[in-house]
Write a new protein. Sequence first.
Length: 272
Amino acid sequence: MKMTPIWAGHLKISLVQIPVRIYTALNTTEAIQFNLLHRDCHQRVRQKLCCPVHGEIRREEIVKGYQFEKEKYVVVGEADLEKVRLETTQTIEITQFVRPQELDSIYLDVPYFIGPEGLLAVEGYCVLQQAIRQAGVLGIGRVVLNGREKLLVVKPAGKLLMFTTLRSKAELRTTESVFDDFSHPNLDLEQLQLAQKLITQKTRALDQAAFTDRYQTALIELIQTKIKGREPVIASHEPAQNVVSLMDALRQSLANAPKAIKTRQGRAKIAA
């Protein structure tokens, strides 16, 4: 199914401007959502807009207001918002490029696809996409989304360009705020070597398709079971193993890993 754009404007690098559209890259349609029901009759609860002075009001009677003191607001209308429009309100402006290793993944937030706006924009769009890909760099820029100017990173994605909004430094806590008095002890060399071996054993190519949302799957099964009028079966959980020491845990983990690999290989031979 063809995606619907959520934004239309321009992709700008210096004096170069390409008409583009933005599409959300997130698929949020599969998540289970619950409705609020009255406990006694199971009818859906309806939320009403109420003013403490005038009671229930219509949605068209609502305006935006900012509270500057307790119980005091200044009203901000659409005409006011037009006065603070930035160039990036309708423009993805790339201001510089960086090497991929310069960007810490902790700042990555929400991904979006960028597509050309109409056939006339395709050639210029493809030139920029290929130039960025061949340079092996990431574009850093800004755009206004959902009422806020966002920092973003642009990169090639297949035949398209995509960008991911970036969290600001002010949004993230520092590591010192978690453990302000934390310091590394003198590490046991044998424990470190065993940990490295365990990491090596578990290092393999990433297959993201293998990681499904097991909780959503279980939730769907529970709902389907209740629809059929049956009580869901409570899943049993193995208790956590009581490992005495880190050294024992490392040794046991290394000892168990080869057995799992041999078992899979044996099954493969029988199947063949």
